[in-house]
Design a protein around this ligand. Structure first.
Ligand SMILES: [Zn+2]
Ligand SMILES: [Zn+2]
Length: 339
């Protein structure tokens, strides 16, 4: 059961929702123990109703859902750094099964359903476009593109290496291209993923199983290393490669999500100090949905950002389980449920 929207909440008719690794993590208990979950969080749809006090969106609006509705009042927001908001929120009321069992919506969204209840701030109004395509901005694609453009602050002429060429890594590659990077090196162990990387804008690819990726990135950047290295796997060994594949004063961006058991790589502190530059984690690509979703939808509609290339297949709700397996086998970038 989906309650009517209360103050500050919105009810959204879901039109499409991507299948993300995070859904799989939830299902496997890797995120919390609050079973049962209502999975699905990379979604687009239309606002069906809004609760009291909601002014930013209205019934009929086409929206992409986000999982960081900023509060506007915490110390980050007060400093004008809304992208770091420390008190993002979700709907207050709970959705339930018909027997009254309370559901935990994944990332406060829960969009593998025809309707879902979210905080109104989780709805970002965007120009009308294919919901299966633009819904993907709600999570992985925004995280990757933002890691390149916002966290990494890639500029025209920069050299970039992206470690891990799945959905997030390929979005980082597309973001680097959009930002004007001169050299974009995709690194992965899987030749199929390296092929994808090229279609998103990688100028070179390196199979880390065949050659030392640090050496290979140096060779491709006149012996110096890349200005920006993006770790899109979430693995200490890969983070270490990204660290050493970077030029002096370069930036390492960590956007791959690690598991709680992983430890920071054992890097001599003198290397950290001596090389200068920056080491930056990227949460949700440091995006501000209200600013960045409509922008990327516009660029997609103008043919300047290949958002549609992330859609590997369109499926029904009953095929989500199968989509998880395809994702684990690395066969798809994104399967998208169309409702
Ligand atoms: Zn805040
Ligand atoms: Zn996701």
């Amino acid at each position: 059961m989906v309650p009517d929207p209360g103050p500050g909440e919105a009810l959204v008719d879901i039109e499409a929702c991507g299948v993300c690794h995070t859904d799989l993590h939830y299902r496997e208990g890797g995120i919390s123990d609050d079973f049962p979950f209502l999975l699905g969080h990379e979604a687009a749809g239309r606002v069906a109703a809004v609760g009291e006090g909601v002014t930013d969106v209205a019934p009929g609006d086409f929206v992409v859902l986000n999982w960081r509705a900023v509060c506007g009042e915490c110390r980050a927001c007060r400093k004008g750094k809304l992208q770091y908001c420390f008190a993002t929120h979700n709907a207050t009321q709970k959705m339930t099964l018909t027997d009254g069992t309370v559901l935990s919506p994944a990332l406060g969204i829960g969009a593998f359903a025809e309707r879902t209840l979210v905080a109104a701030g989780q709805c970002t109004k965007v120009p009308d476009a294919d919901p299966a395509v633009v819904g993907l901005l709600g999570c992985g694609v925004m995280a990757g593109a933002g890691a390149a453009m916002l966290t990494g602050d890639i500029g025209r002429g920069d050299t970039v290496a992206v470690f891990g060429c799945g959905g997030v890594g390929d979005a980082a590659i597309a973001g680097a291209k959009l930002a004007g990077a001169r050299t974009i090196i995709g690194v992965d162990l899987d030749d199929r993923k390296l092929e994808w990387a090229r279609t998103f804008g990688a100028t070179h690819t390196v199979n880390a199983g065949d050659q030392d990726p640090v050496e290979a990135v140096r060779e491709l950047t006149d012996g110096f290393g890349a200005d920006v290295c993006i770790e899109a796997v979430g693995n200490p060994a890969v983070l270490e490669q990204a660290f050493f594949a970077r030029d002096l004063a370069g930036t390492v961006v960590q956007v791959g999500v690690p598991t709680p058991d992983m430890r920071f790589p054992d890097i001599p502190m003198i290397e950290f100090f001596g090389r200068g530059g920056a080491l930056k984690p990227s949460w949700y690509g440091d995006c501000l949905p209200s600013r960045d979703f409509p922008l990327l939808v516009d660029l997609y509609l103008q043919g300047r950002f290949p958002l549609d290339q992330f859609v590997s297949e369109r499926i029904g709700l009953e095929q989500v389980e199968e989509a998880f397996h395809k994702m684990e086998r690395g066969e798809v970038l994104r399967s998208v449920v169309v409702l």
